[in-house]
Design a binder for this molecule. Structure first.
Ligand code: 0O2
Length: 233
């Protein structure tokens, strides 16, 4: 019964949003410009990802260690972009999407240590073709959910045949522990069939896990600092 209601709600949502006349008209009229815009975002992701790979390579050569554990990239799906346009009541146009939705292109950098997050963010922001638009430090100020990460919205130029375009990219920097936490919490957030009471308990449990994970990050950082100090003596 519950499943049927959920399916009906989903169908209603799809009809009203993804299949709404205005959305279909928009997609029809803008097919080429939309594809072009998404291609530009993919190029911007390549630029930013390469910058982090270069930094990782340099650290590997100079200090014999890799500050970056992994880099994940993603382009926001058209469905998620449209949901944001609707929720934020934005005009349905490409220029409005480019101006107002700053996380169409996303680069997630996962590090082992807390210090590396800030070091890599500084290295990126020092580069003269990068412009910082916004910085949100959810490590110093975790979200109520317990979420921690450093978010940067940057603008990076991409060089096309006859023009240069500045594209916005959201960079999320986090430790392995923060990433582990965020991926489980993400699952919980999007799981719709958990009873409300159970969901509340799990959310509280996640807040506790976030504290444990923050304590682990800081202990690991301390141990690493002591090892480095020991090497220097
Ligand atoms: P996805 O699929 O990861 O891209 P915005 O909604 O971006 O305009 P806001 O609220 O200022 O405005 O953005 P925020 O909270 O600074 O960053 C949003 C992104 O951070 C999310 O993207 C998640 O990736 C991540 N995030 C933020 N809070 C949480 C949280 O509590 N738990 C988890 N697991 N991730 C979080 P999207 O768009 O939600 O999804």
């Amino acid at each position: 019964m519950e499943n049927r209601i959920w399916e009906q709600l989903q169908t209603k949502f799809v009809r009203e949003s993804i299949l709404s006349d205005s959305f279909l008209d928009f997609m029809q009229e803008n097919k080429l410009p939309v594809d072009t815009m998404m291609a530009y975002y993919r190029c911007a992701i390549m630029e930013v990802e390469t910058k982090f790979k270069v930094l990782n390579e340099q650290f590997s050569l100079r200090y014999d260690r890799n500050p970056i554990e992994s880099i994940k990239t993603r382009i926001k799906s058209m469905e998620s972009i449209m949901k944001k346009v609707r929720n934020k009541n934005l005009p349905l146009s490409l220029s409005s999407i480019e101006e107002n939705i700053r996380d169409v292109a996303g680069v997630r950098v996962v590090c082992s240590f807390l210090d590396d997050i800030y070091m890599l963010a500084d290295c990126l922001l020092q580069q003269d073709d990068i412009t910082l638009l916004e910085r949100k430090d959810y490590i110093q100020n975790p979200k109520e959910s317990g979420y921690r990460s450093l978010h940067l919205i940057v603008e990076v130029p991409i060089f096309l045949q006859n023009e240069k375009r500045n594209m916005k990219v959201e960079v999320q920097l986090r430790t392995i522990a923060m990433d582990f936490w965020a991926s489980l919490e993400h699952k919980l957030r999007y799981k719709k069939n958990i009873p409300e009471e159970e969901a509340e308990l799990l959310a509280k449990e996640m807040v506790e896990c976030a504290k444990t994970s923050a304590a682990l990050d800081s202990r690991m950082q301390d141990i690493k600092n002591r090892i480095v100090m020991g090497e220097e003596d």
